[in-house]
Design a protein around this ligand. Structure first.
Ligand SMILES: [Zn+2]
Length: 104
């Protein structure tokens, strides 16, 4: 997980972060909650975007692009476009893959 700009390291523990969209700071050392979840859980669901833009990119050729987004903002902004598979479906697929490997 890439958290460079707003990283706050807690020795041996999870990392706090600030969402680049809502600017909420998620700090696992607190008892703060958001939508019923404690920050100690929320920090595991941060989504980080980090890449170097290529030729023709709307972000500018060779520029570095980074963004950390909390799960709530990610869902609000892109949720309608995301393909979400239920866990059972993923587990069933893994089981099928194991059977296929055993047969080979
Ligand atoms: Zn957010």
């Amino acid at each position: 997980m890439i958290l460079k700009r707003r990283e706050i390291t807690i020795p041996g523990e999870m990392t706090a972060f600030e969402c680049d969209v809502c600017r909420r700071r998620y700090d696992p050392t607190t008892k703060n909650t958001y939508d019923g979840l404690q920050d100690s859980i929320e920090v595991n669901e941060v989504h980080a975007i980090s890449f170097e833009a290529g030729y023709g990119s709307v972000f500018g050729d060779g520029n570095t692009v980074e963004c950390e987004v909390c799960q709530h903002c990610l869902k609000r902004l892109l949720g309608d476009y995301m393909r979400v598979q239920e866990r059972e479906t993923v587990d069933e697929k893994k089981d099928q893959d194991v059977v296929k490997e055993e047969k080979n």
